[in-house]
Design a protein around this ligand. Structure first.
Ligand code: SF4
Length: 209
């Protein structure tokens, strides 16, 4: 491998349907980046921290893998871990756009600059993001646990005053449907005057990645 070429730390590459938010039901080739600058205690993607799953791909290898994963499927979803933490993310997005791909990204908003030509950005704040360019987010998604969280409530209110598309999603822990968190989300959605939406992660119901 030429060490001058951009490289990417990847932990998963697979085809599935998006199970949540506004792209629910749409098929994508998912690329899950290894590593994340945050350490959420409830993180349900442990492979992105496990060195055993860290694969380094060159830009060309990454493009090749994405193009050959499911030939003809042009939707690509960059997720993690944290895609923004990949140093050459903008280069990868540019190459994918040159090849006619429709490129979405899921991010916590922490880790680096947002590439210019993404088609869809799902922002899932885990921290206050006072300087995040609000207009770049296609949708906002908050993941709620069983218990009320005053700090998170403040972020939700902050984003509700700035963005029209905000999803609340219960936090799964293991394979069991998180009924308490789901009803907490549902109560807030029903009381929101139509401002909030409920996301239930259909891929988890289907038992697919
Ligand atoms: S931001 Fe997402 S990937 Fe990173 S630690 Fe938190 S839940 Fe896990």
């Amino acid at each position: 491998m030429n060490t001058d070429t951009p490289t990417f730390a990847i932990c998963d590459l697979f085809t599935s349907v998006q199970g949540e938010g506004g792209m629910m039901g749409r098929p994508f080739v998912f690329v899950r980046f290894w590593g994340c600058p945050l350490s959420c205690p409830w993180c349900d993607e442990p492979r992105h921290r496990n060195p055993a799953f860290r694969r380094i791909l060159s830009l060309a290898e990454c493009i090749h893998a994405l193009e050959h994963q499911t030939p003809g499927l042009n939707n690509i979803l960059l997720t993690g871990g944290e895609p923004l933490a990949a140093p050459h993310l903008a280069t990868l997005v540019n190459r994918l756009k040159e090849r006619g791909k429709w490129v979405a990204m899921e991010t916590s908003g922490v880790g680096g600059n947002i590439p210019e030509n993404l088609d869809w950005i799902t922002l899932s704040p885990k921290t206050p993001l006072p300087h995040f360019p609000v207009h770049r987010a296609s949708e906002i998604k908050f993941v709620l646990g069983d218990e009320a969280d005053a700090e998170q409530e403040n972020w939700i209110q902050w984003w509700m005053s700035r963005h029209d598309t905000i999803w609340l999603q219960p936090r799964w822990q293991g394979a069991n449907f998180p009924a308490t968190a789901a009803h907490r989300c549902l109560r807030k959605v029903l009381a929101s005057g139509g401002r909030l939406r409920l996301s239930l992660q259909i891929h988890k119901w289907l038992g697919i990645p």
